[in-house]
Structures are given as structure tokens and as C-alpha cells.
Ligand binder design. Sequence first.
Ligand SMILES: *Cc1c(COP(=O)(O)O)cnc(C)c1O
Length: 465
Amino acid sequence: MHKLAPRIHPAVRSLLTRGDLLGSFGTPANVVFPQVFKENVESFRETLARYPVASRLFYAHKVNQSTSFVRAAAEAGIGIDVASVGELHHAVAAGFDSERIEATGPKGAAFLWELTRTGATVNVDNHWELTEVARVAHQAVPVLLRLCPSRGRTSRFGTAESGMPALLDTILDHREVLDLRGFSFHLDTNDLKEKVAAIDACLRLFESAYARGLSPRVLDIGGGFRQVFAADPDGFDRYVQALKAGLAGTAESLSWEGNTFGYRDLRGTPTFHRYANTATGTDQLREILDSPLPGQGGRPVAQVLLENMIELWLEPGKALADQAGVTVTGVEFTKTVGNEETLVSLDVSRDRICPADQEVMLDPVVIYRADPRTYDDQPVGVYFGGNLCLERDLVYEHKTWLERLPKPGDLVVFVNTAAYQMDLSAAEGLMHPRTPKVAAVESDGEFRIQAESGRDECSTPTSPN
Ligand SMILES: *Cc1c(COP(=O)(O)O)cnc(C)c1O
């Protein structure tokens, strides 16, 4: 039995002991925990408070559509980073004022038009966006310029350092409507060196802006702070070894139809995330702030920001949603398939569990609800099948070991699905409805369950002028 034990927040664990309550939501269902979200906000705040640097947090909304997360962010007094018109409306409906809203991502003309009307900060991706903002703005619009840091892999986002002088010129040409607040980047990497190099590059941009008489004050280092998924990092490593042994043919296969998960000749990089990670998002933040900057005489990031009175902005998404949601699914049936493997067929599809088709390497929690005497009490290795009528719809393509085979009506709960998993389903395929969502708030072991209004509330119409 090779286990992939997930880390589970105590509030989540407490709900998992309440099979009756979990079952009452119907399946599949997404449950979010706004109190866990708030704890994550607090831990970022505590970390930032250790440094004498002015700073602001913006929750990157795109990780989850939850209204209760957006409200929790509003109540906590942090800002929000929106990446679509829907997210902008959602934030405004939750009470964010324009000073606390920042917009990132690729923005079309309609989104830019609305942003210039609300007064939110526009984190400008490219020269076209900047000229479009200048063209449609009636009043000064705060802008950040997003750098595309030079590194091995090319990103489609931001403007290269070489393209920045043209953007600064445009700002000078339209000073009455373009208010340069500062510079930004966002790297979806855990590589500290790349982030430090990007900060160095941004500081060069501050210099060139000062030289042109501009006075930027904000450095936005984006998101990309990590989550901690596994309860047992060694167990994860052991599973991967067993998976490789299965691929080499020296042990039982743990992968469906020989899926290699990106391992070539047992080397190569797996297509799944590094689930053995133990560094939290705030550990990473401290590492960044303490890092020496080669371009600044080796002085640490926090000190350089303080000396230059630059305000630090962060856009954490997944790190704020870490541990703050689960997806409850139901067993429809089990069967033995042609290759003698055991299939547990669930009422959910792969794309509602696995983000962007990346295999999630965490055991779900099974809640056995039938009479205990009716189960065959022996461990079993299973594959979870999805509910789409498509051959490829296996929820997991790796084998999961369970204490016993579940029965129809038992619950299979995937934990830590709030970030990019529960709401990033690419397709509402084959006429299956959207997964409903509720928020669970615990106090003294009891749960208050609130319906999430979700998408409807996102689309509050605003009238064009
Ligand atoms: C997605 C995104 C984030 C959030 O990233 P996480 O990895 O979830 O922290 C922040 N900023 C920008 C610009 C993004 O696109």
C-alpha cells in the first residue's frame, strides 16, 4: 500500500467527521472554508509585519469564484487582483472600492474601458493596453507596468525590459491621464533566483523612470507563493519510486495503461506538481525579502525597498486558498475492468479535480456510509473513473490504495481543491451541470453552511454610458 496522504486543516478534518452533513450537500459539491482563507491572509500579514517595509496584499481572484473568499478578503481589509470583467463586478459587489482593486492579465478593450471608469489600478501588460487606457480615460488612471523578466522560458505576459522606454514615453505624453504607480512582474515559478533577478530588473526601471521625472512608488512582485499539499513528503517520494518501479516493469504497475507521467527512461520531469514541498507561501516570501540583490550591492530586498521608500505589493492566489476547500464526490459503482484493475466510478469528471489536466497526487478521503459489516475488509488498489462518456475521463490515472473497496453512495472527498481545481473546469462537458458550492464556517465544532451565489452574482450588469 503506497499512500499519498494529504495535509488537512483541522476545520476541514472536523467537517470530514460529519459524513451526515457532507452527504446532505448532494454530490458532487464544492465546499469552501472562508475562515481558513482568513487565516492564510493573517499569516501573510504577520510575515510582512516583521519587515519595516510598507506593503499591501491583493487576493488573486482567479483561483476560485467563491463569493465568501471575496467577502473574506474585503472584510480582512486587503485588496483584490481581478483578471476579468466578471471578477471586477464580483469585487465591487463585495464592497471593494477602486483603491483596493488592481487588474492584471490580458485585458481587451471592454475590460479596459470599465477599468478606466472604476478608477482601479491597471497593471498594464503591453504598449497597446497603455495607449488604449490613455485613449479612453477621462480622469487619471493609476497604472503599473508589468515587466516580462528575461529568463530561459519566454512568458507571453508583460513587456520586455527593452520595450519599457517606449511605455515610459507614452506615460510622459499622457501625464494627465496616466499616473505611473510603479512596476510589476508575476512569475509562476518557485525559483528564487528568477524572482530576485526580476526585482533587480524592476529597480533598474525605477531608475529610468526617476531619470525621466516620473515618481513610481510601488513594486508588485505578483503571486506564485506555494501551497503545502502532502502530510507526508517521504510517503510521496516513496510513491514516486514505486510508480517508477512499475513503469520499469520491476513492480506492480501504478499507472493506468502505462501512463509515464512525463518520465522518460525513469528520468525526466514528471508532469505533476512537487507534492513533497514543505515550504509555505510565507516561507517563500521571507526568502525573497531576505535575498541579497546583486544589482544593489548585495543589500537584501527588504532593505532596498525601505531605503527607496518603495511600497511592496503582493498578489497571492493559491497560497490564500490553500487548505480552504474540498470537493465532495459520490461513488456510482465499482467494477473490475479488462486489465484486471479495479475501477471506482465517481459522479465527477477529471477536469473538476485535476487542474489543466495535471495529475493530482493526493489520496482523497473516503467516507464509508453503508453498514460496516457489508464491506470486504481488505486493502485494494483502485483507479477513479470520471462521469464523462469519454475514454480519457479517469479522475486519477495513478492507482490509489484504499483500506477497503467503497460501495455506491459512499463519499470520496478530494481535499485542498480550492485553488485552480474546483473552478477551473475547462468544459461544462456533455450537459453535466456546474458543481454547486457551499461555504462552511465552523465554530465550537458546529458548522454553519451558507449557499454560495457564485456566478450569478458575478454578472451584476453595469450600464455603458
Ligand atoms: C495568477 C496570477 C496571480 C496568482 O498566482 P498564484 O500562483 O495563484 O499565487 C497573481 N498575479 C497574476 C498577474 C496572475 O496572473
